[in-house]
Write a protein that binds this ligand. Structure first.
Ligand code: GLN
Ligand code: ZN
Length: 723
């Protein structure tokens, strides 16, 4: 008979119990004992949730991050676990980076030359035995050697160097009673898998335990199908096309990732069953496992709790609990009366498909009528530049900021507690303070400071139609940090202006230009749970049109400079090179569509908080923003080499010279030096002076002197001889 399996479960707790326990522990309010009690309880309740599933994971739980757990278990970092995650007075934390294309961040292990690997198996053995003591048989989850090495940095050894320590782990797991282990090798679904992996796998496979080799997020390298694994897991949501070739090649069991582990929608169970039927026909049901596409770490716990969501929409949702239920239904349907078993799911699918909530004819006809001209500004940059300077003269090296100013506890409390008149009065007061501060410092292009925004995506999601917000829909971002992504369920439009009155108030207080501040369509898409019933590109076009309405209204209100932030443009890049081009094309188009309606004398800004532009350069040029601000200070302006070399960047650039991710206050000398370094690469006429990113996480005691120094540095450079 086919079996069901789950690769991993959410782990922060349905009410973020782990987050609160960790923070209490770090603050010294609770001790190790209590922290471990919380963890044990979370593991127990997860196993209970998954009780109806045939194969239940263990060691998917983590106190902070599973890559750090692996680094510790292999002896790459010592036992001072949280010191590696959070740093100490004398030691910086490990670098943190995105886990593939998810919003989860892992800690990057740093390998030393001649790195030794020694096994500390408690992370895997502990939970295995803990579950066994509760009478629950589990399948331990182990991050495999190829992925571990690919995700690490530093002096990387040959893959073979990891075989002994992994072999020892597999033996110890077998001794501790495990009959099967889930070896996660997501990097086998990226480009560039070496043929030598086959030998490494064969050596590991000699251990007396069944290996279920798991890939996800992209199509597995075809090499994977040929490996003699007891089971191979494939992500058939992201890459259904790999099913047919896999069925011809696999020797053991095939685990079909048919339930979307990355999104929150109830599945089309008929579609899933088509795939399962094909596998059963080819392999026999004994060799088929039914599973989510990847670990359920990336979805919240339970949609059933979301009683505030529109009752028409709520049944369309499936969080972890509901996905487990779907697996059980699929297995039952394989052998039982399909029509009866699937009827509820079919009803939900068809209700969603035909709902007026997901089909807004006005939005559809507007998007359908778009032509190439809608993606182009009327004039080219040189004429726009002249028109903009004529309208609003600016000095050389104009100074500005990225948008947000310190979000004090007072501001957060006001957003939570104040309503109506009192809220309005408070926010206007905050804006006035931010404006007068910027005038005092002497900045050239001001901002209103974003006090009304908790989050750059949530703020817009709440004001656009097509979104709902969960109450408990938290997912882990890193360590104790969680995010609650908006849920984009339907056609997107903008019922009313979202930012105009705040901007108007700010502009009424100063004669200097105040930038309008918007979040771009790709970033809104990327940081939300997005409908899966149409291509992402189509959804992105709808968001672009909604934000375009705001651009038009800001412009009509007299706004000279409008910034459309695309913080997440790069992270949306598909994992496989073959798919990257088409993504970048539609993503850049969405930005162009958002701002194309702006007049020539309206200055369009964009901001991106990262610095890897090398392979993206032609696309960045195609954005055609008048001014682009980027992260640069930590690389000593080296990122500008990409803008100066070969395909020279033609428009204005503001390389961030103040690193806002650090509490350090840069001196005027240091900022001046960075500007000079920038000028060596980009002519002064096209340079701006600004911080790396928004100032919301910094305190006023840092921001005040840092911006004073930034303005002083720009003034010094203006007086200096050109390089
Ligand atoms: N305008 C936003 C801010 O200043 C941009 C944030 C971001 O790019 N992450 O906070
Ligand atoms: Zn940023």
């Amino acid at each position: 008979m086919a079996r069901t399996a789950v690769l991993g479960l959410p782990r922060v707790g349905p009410d973020r119990e782990l987050k609160f326990a960790l923070e209490a522990f770090w603050a010294g309010r609770i001790g190790t004992e209590e922290l471990h009690d919380t963890a044990r309880e979370l593991r127990r309740s997860n196993w209970e949730r998954a009780a109806g599933i045939d194969v239940i994971p263990s060691s998917d739980f983590s106190f902070y991050d599973h890559v750090l757990d692996t680094a510790h278990g292999l002896g790459v970092v010592d036992g001072d676990y949280f010191a590696h995650a959070r740093g100490t007075a004398t030691r910086p934390p490990l670098e943190m980076t995105k886990w593939f294309d998810t919003n989860y961040h892992y800690l990057v292990p740093e390998l030393r030359a001649e790195q030794a690997f020694t096994l500390h198996p408690e992370h895997w053995i502990g939970p295995l035995e803990e579950a066994a003591a509760l009478g629950i048989k589990t399948r331990p989850v182990v991050l495999g050697p190829y992925s571990f090495l690919s995700l690490a940095k530093g002096a990387k050894p040959e893959l073979h160097a990891l075989i002994p320590v992994y072999t020892q782990l597999l033996h110890e797991l077998a001794q501790a009673g495990a009959t099967e282990v889930q070896l996660d090798e997501p990097c086998l679904a990226l480009d560039g898998v070496p043929a030598a992996y086959a030998e490494v796998f064969a050596e590991l496979n000699a251990a007396p335990i069944d290996i279920a080799l798991a890939t996800y997020f992209a199509p597995a390298d075809p090499l994977v199908f040929t490996l003699p694994a007891a089971e191979i897991h494939l992500d058939l949501v992201r890459a259904p096309e790999q099913l047919a070739p896999a069925l011809e090649a696999v020797q053991g069991r095939l685990s079909l990732g048919v339930i979307d582990g990355r999104n929150v929608w109830a599945a089309d169970l008929d579609l899933a069953l088509d795939r399962i039927d094909a596998a059963v026909a080819a392999l026999g049901s004994e060799r088929v496992t039914i599973a989510p596409s990847c670990s359920l770490l990336h979805v919240p716990y339970s949609a059933a709790r979301e009683t505030n969501i529109d009752p028409e929409i709520r049944p369309w949702l499936a969080f972890a609990d509901e996905k487990l239920q779907e697996l059980t239904t699929l297995k039952a349907a394989l052998h039982g009366d399909r029509d009866t078993l699937l009827e509820p799911a079919r009803d939900i699918s068809s209700a969603r498909r035909t709902s007026t909530l997901t089909n807004d004819p006005a939005v559809r006809s507007r998007a359908g009528a778009l032509t190439a001209a809608d993606y182009e500004r009327d004039t080219r940059f040189p004429e726009r530049h002249a028109a903009q300077r004529a309208r609003t003269p600016l000095p050389e090296l104009p100074t500005t900021t990225i948008g947000s100013f310190p979000q004090t506890p007072e501001i957060r409390a006001a957003r939570r507690e104040l309503r109506g008149e009192a809220y309005e009065r408070f926010m206007r007061g905050q804006i006035a303070e931010v404006i007068s501060h910027q005038e005092a410092v002497g900045l050239d292009v001001l901002v209103h400071g974003e006090p009304e925004r908790n989050d750059m995506v949530e703020y817009f999601g709440e004001r656009l139609s097509g979104f709902v917000f969960s109450q408990f829909g938290w997912v882990q971002s890193y360590g104790s940090r969680c995010v609650k992504p908006p849920i984009l369920y339907g056609d997107v439009s903008r019922p009313a202006p979202m930012t105009v009155r705040w901007w108007q108030h700010a502009q009424s207080l100063t004669v200097k230009p105040v930038k309008g501040m918007l979040t771009g369509p790709v970033t809104i898409l990327q940081w939300s749970f997005v409908r899966d019933d149409q291509p992402r590109a189509e959804t992105c076009t709808q968001i672009a049109l909604a934000i375009q309405d705001e651009v038009r209204d800001l412009e009509a209100a007299g706004c000279f400079a409008i910034q459309v932030d695309e913080a997440a443009l790069r992270e949306g890049l598909p994992l496989r090179r073959a798919e990257q081009d088409s993504y970048v094309r539609w993503a850049v188009d969405a930005f162009r569509l958002t701002v194309a309606a702006a007049r020539a004398d309206t200055q369009v800004h964009t901001h991106m908080c990262y610095s890897e532009f090398n392979e993206m350069m032609e696309h960045i040029v195609r954005l055609d923003a008048d001014v682009l601000s980027i992260e640069a200070s930590r690389s000593d302006m080296e990122v500008l080499d990409a803008f100066a070399a070969g395909l020279e960047y033609p428009n204005e650039i503001g390389p961030g010279i103040y690193d806002i991710h650090s509490p350090r206050i840069p001196s005027t000398d240091e900022l001046e030096r960075l500007l000079e370094l920038a000028e060596r690469r980009i002519p002064r006429e096209r340079l701006w002076a600004n911080p790396d990113c928004g100032l919301k996480t910094r305190g006023w005691n840092e921001v005040r002197p840092a911006l004073t120094n930034l303005v002083a540095a720009a003034r010094r450079r203006r007086a200096a001889v050109r390089v």
